[in-house]
Design a protein around this ligand. Structure first.
Ligand code: HEC
Ligand code: HEC
Length: 312
């Protein structure tokens, strides 16, 4: 107890209000400097003016904003925003930029149409332009069937465009023709056209005979096969198939008959798939692009396909 009372008597233990500790400075604030009148536990808020530079900057931004409303589109209305006296529109600006871009390319597009198809790849600048433009046409119009890289989709009969095994021919002229009118579509009388008979379905060959001819086709392509069945299929092939696919299975561009003497298959080279192809036949359809693309774009995409690997 004695200690405690000692403590309370020690003057240094008392909390002294700021005003009594520094009487002079407190008086100074009260007398010289205006405050806002707000006070928190004795802490008061000065009412100093804003710095000049700040006030000016603020006023300039206000004036700028008003000017902006007048010159540029600003206030939203019911149907559209106020248009501004400068007549600026970000949409129009994009349209203008696209138009400028196209105008710059237009001369190249014109040159592309005027140049002989086989000479395009000899003119470096033109060829580079055609391949780049063609790549973007390909991504937009062709990749959903032929794949982004052009490798095709065998299960669907969408051919691989990367190799030199062609159905309808791989010169620039052939490719332009294929792309312009398409294949087996009803839209263009000039579409490429041919039809393999459905040998099984239409009763042209017995199932046994189809198995024989399947083995002969396997032998032509150098795949594993049954010798005896293949031998029996040779004559059937000669009579029924050679007119389109060639004596040695080399195929025929004129009617889009695939080569059968290699390992590149449009629909597939397993015995089961071959049986299905010969029994029911196939009818691959590709749309024509004559009405969807400009001639220059068709030439560009043909140049792109031509340089993918198999151009002739
Ligand atoms: C709807 C699917 C589809 C689209 C889209 C399509 N193709 Fe095809 N394309 C095919 C099919 C199917 C074939 C094979 C037809 C056949 O069996 O003869 C083919 C064949 C081709 C061939 C012939 C290949 C050869 O070996 O002779 C070329 C070249 C070709 N397409 C290029 C294009 C280009 C370029 C585009 C885009 C402008 C395009 N295709 C768009 C489905 C399509
Ligand atoms: C009138 C011409 C014609 C005759 C006859 C014909 N074919 Fe075809 N054949 C074609 C065409 C065209 C295709 C491609 C069909 C397509 O692209 O949709 C084809 C496709 C094929 C394919 C698919 C090849 C692959 O890469 O997937 C095989 C296999 C085939 N024929 C075998 C035969 C056999 C075997 C016979 C005889 C029994 C025969 N064809 C008779 C025209 C013919």
């Amino acid at each position: 107890m004695a200690e405690e009372s000692d403590n309370t008597q020690d003057p240094s233990n008392k909390i002294t209000p700021a005003s009594r500790q520094y009487p002079d400075s407190t008086r100074k604030i009260e007398e010289d400097i205006r405050t806002t009148g707000h006070s928190w536990d004795g802490i008061e808020e000065y009412d100093n003016p804003m710095p000049r530079w700040w006030v000016w900057t603020f006023l300039i931004t206000v004036v700028w904003a008003v000017g902006y409303w007048v010159v540029y589109p600003a206030w939203p209305g019911i149907n559209s925003a106020t248009s501004g006296i400068a007549g600026y529109s970000s949409r129009e600006r994009v349209a203008q930029e696209i138009a400028d871009f196209e105008a710059r390319n237009e001369s190249l597009f014109v040159q592309l149409v005027d140049t002989d198809l086989d000479e395009i790849r000899e003119i470096d600048d033109l060829h580079r332009f055609a391949v780049n433009a063609g790549a973007s046409v390909f991504r937009a119009q062709c990749s959903q069937c032929h794949g982004t890289g052009g490798a095709g989709v065998q299960a669907a009969g969408y051919p691989n465009l990367l190799n030199d095994d062609w159905l309808w021919g791989g010169t620039m002229e052939d490719i332009v023709q294929t792309v312009t009118y398409g294949i087996r579509n009803e839209d263009f009388p000039d579409a490429r056209w041919s039809e393999m008979p459905a040998f099984g379905q239409d009763g042209l060959l017995e199932e046994d005979e189809i198995h024989e001819v399947v083995n002969y086709v396997l032998s032509l392509s150098g795949s594993e096969h049954d010798e005896a069945l293949a031998a029996a299929g040779a004559e059937l092939y000669e009579i029924n198939c050679a007119s389109c696919h060639g004596d040695g299975g080399e195929g025929d561009y004129f009617i889009g008959a695939p080569a059968l003497n290699n390992q590149i298959w449009l629909y597939g080279g397993t015995p089961e798939t071959l049986f299905e192809t010969i029994y029911y036949s196939r009818f691959g359809v590709m749309p024509g692009f004559a009405t969807r693309l400009r001639e220059a774009e068709i030439r560009a995409v043909a140049a792109y396909v031509h340089q993918l690997g198999g151009g002739q």
